[in-house]
Design a protein around this ligand. Structure first.
Ligand SMILES: [Zn+2]
Length: 336
């Protein structure tokens, strides 16, 4: 794969004992260097105007000033340090690069994956939250639309937390359809199945909240039975995956049960969907807080892009998970 990685992103320092540590990127880099076919590219920090394509200028100014003054706390668990201004804009730059490098004619082995931090999907237009400063994937989607490289950019968010920021930014628009599979009841507590988008974006938001303990099979059924037909209806030119690895069965901050092979299976599904829809595909890193499970997950995505076939798992799922997938299908008119 074509990995976006820049050492500037290591310099965003949320402080000791914070789960969103620079060690996350170092662990991923170390694991990838031991596998074949990983290419690494860097990115420049984007400018103020690029960030304000989705964020309020006053919020971007606040981040710049707070960092210039040595850093500070945005909320209980979201912190910026002096170097976060540069790191956060570089994290955006990596996501934009990945989105621009994706094309439906790109060889699977060259699929882009932006390995930036801080992550982004909780950041709303006027506020950072949940470890996120700027919404990397949202700026990337907006950028390729503004540059005329795509008319419709779909975002599929498989991070264990609901991508509330991404949803809010594009809620009333049809050109950036957003789908999220997440753990019901977990931070930030948003993303019910009934939330489907507003105004011109009606139907362009798809939420699948699964109960704690959901397995790979539930994620695969959510992709196959809801997200694929929904994506097909929106006819994306590009699919961006908000790829968190915190739904892993051994991640320390969630209760989901996706295996490492399961992330491989989800990757396989998305590669196939992108092919069938003649859409580009790119991955943008979100969460994932076990260093081993995170680096194993990213490596599995990489291996599947290079032809590895993930091992099948039992396909039975629990009744509540099946029920919410059925409900999403019904609400979105995807068949009974
Ligand atoms: Zn997360």
């Amino acid at each position: 794969m074509r990995f976006g990685y820049d050492e500037v992103c290591l310099r965003h320092d949320p402080g000791p004992r914070h789960p969103e540590t620079p060690d996350r990127l170092l662990a991923i880099r170390q694991a990838l260097e031991a596998s074949h076919g990983a290419r690494f590219i860097t990115a420049d920090p984007v400018d103020h105007a690029t960030v304000t394509s989705v964020h309020d200028p006053s919020y971007v100014d606040l981040i710049e000033e707070t960092c210039a003054n040595g850093g500070g706390q945005l909320d209980q668990d979201t912190v910026v340090s002096e170097d976060s201004w540069r790191a956060a804009r570089t994290s955006v730059g990596l996501a934009i690069d990945a989105a621009r490098a994706a094309g439906h004619d790109v060889d699977r082995g060259a699929t882009p994956f932006a390995l930036g931090r801080p992550p982004g999907h909780h950041a709303v237009a006027d506020r950072g939250m949940g470890f996120c400063i700027f919404n990397n994937v949202a700026v990337a989607a907006q950028n390729v639309i503004d540059e005329g490289l795509a008319d419709v950019v779909a975002i599929v968010d498989w991070d264990v937390h609901h991508g509330n920021g991404t949803e809010a930014i594009f809620y009333d628009r049809s050109d950036v359809p957003f789908a999220s599979i997440h753990e019901a009841g977990l931070y930030p507590g948003t993303g019910p199945v009934e939330e489907t988008g507003g105004d011109a974006g009606s139907g362009a938001t798809l939420n699948i909240p699964l109960q704690p303990g959901a397995t790979t099979a539930a994620y695969i059924q959510a992709l196959d039975r809801a997200i694929e037909p929904w994506l097909d209806a929106h006819d994306p030119d590009l699919i961006l995956v908000s790829a968190g690895f915190d739904a892993h069965e051994y991640d320390p901050i969630s209760r989901m049960a996706v295996t490492t092979e399961g992330f491989g299976q989800m990757t396989d599904r998305l590669l196939t969907m992108a092919d069938e829809m003649c859409a580009g595909l790119a991955f943008v890193l979100e969460g994932g807080y076990g260093l081993d499970t995170l680096s194993d997950g990213v490596t599995k995505v990489h291996e599947v892009c290079h032809g590895y076939e993930p091992a099948p798992e039992p396909d039975t799922i629990r009744e509540p998970d099946e029920a919410v997938i059925d409900e999403a299908r019904s609400i979105h008119g995807l068949g009974s």
